[in-house]
Design a binder for this molecule. Structure first.
Ligand SMILES: N[C@@H](CCC(=O)N[C@@H](CS)C(=O)NCC(=O)O)C(=O)O
Length: 217
């Protein structure tokens, strides 16, 4: 069976979990405790030398890394339901939206970044929280501006079926909620998130529903 290396709180693993669920692909998940630093243990480094989750181990033993590359692989090998539009312009729009969150904003907030702010730059708790909330809010502000008045936006980020843009949006939104970011200014995003969470594949993949998550948040 396919094995996902993830962590309950990991935004990048969350994206992959949603895609596996949407496509009905059976998988087992091994949780790498990022709070305990288990991503740096030799056993995991031998899986993913970058010391991050997710990693996806295919049935033939091939290891895939980088969540967006994994999403594209899953979409190519399991085409239904499609997570990318059938037209090139649509695919470019969806990838551009996905990369706002997965490439421009998520990389500013993971544990290794916060550890560097604390240990090397001496940024205190309040400063690190302000940093994280700022970059979450920026990703949401830019996403809202891109989505709100674009006729290509539908029930979801692109049209009326979920795409990889929605997976990347949801992963940022759940992290931002954890940091109590104000969602008032983002009505289009709130509407899309509600639509996603009506789908079991999204719901069952939620960070707080994974083993190891705190019972109440
Ligand atoms: N671009 C990578 C990001 C991977 C990443 O940063 N994962 C985080 C969890 S969401 C992680 O494992 N962080 C460990 C650390 O920062 O030490 C992807 O999309 O897969």
């Amino acid at each position: 069976m396919i094995r996902l290396y993830g962590f309950w709180r990991s935004a990048a693993a969350f994206r992959v979990r949603i895609a596996l669920n949407l496509k009905g692909i059976a998988f087992a998940e091994t949780m790498i405790d990022l709070d305990a630093g288990d991503q740096h243990l030799p056993d995991y480094i031998s899986v993913n030398p970058q010391a991050v989750v997710p990693s996806l181990i295919l049935e033939d033993g091939t290891t895939l890394t980088q969540s967006v590359a994994i999403l594209e692989y899953l979409d190519e090998t399991h085409p239904a339901p499609a997570l990318l539009p059938s037209d090139a312009i649509g695919r470019a729009r969806v990838r551009a939206l996905a990369l706002i969150w997965a490439a421009d904003h998520h990389p500013l907030i993971p544990p290794r970044i916060r550890a560097y702010l604390r240990d090397t730059l001496g940024v205190d708790d309040d400063g690190r929280t302000a940093w994280v909330k700022h970059w979450f809010s920026e990703g949401l502000r830019i996403g809202e501006a891109r989505l709100a008045h674009d006729p290509a936006t539908g029930r979801f980020c692109h049209g009326d079926t979920p795409t990889i843009a929605d997976l990347c949006l949801l992963s940022q939104v759940m992290g931002a909620r954890g940091f109590k970011v104000d969602f008032g200014p983002y009505p289009t995003i709130n509407r899309i998130v509600d639509a996603c969470l009506e789908i079991d594949a999204f719901n069952h993949a939620l960070p707080l529903k994974q083993p190891g998550a705190p019972a109440a948040h």
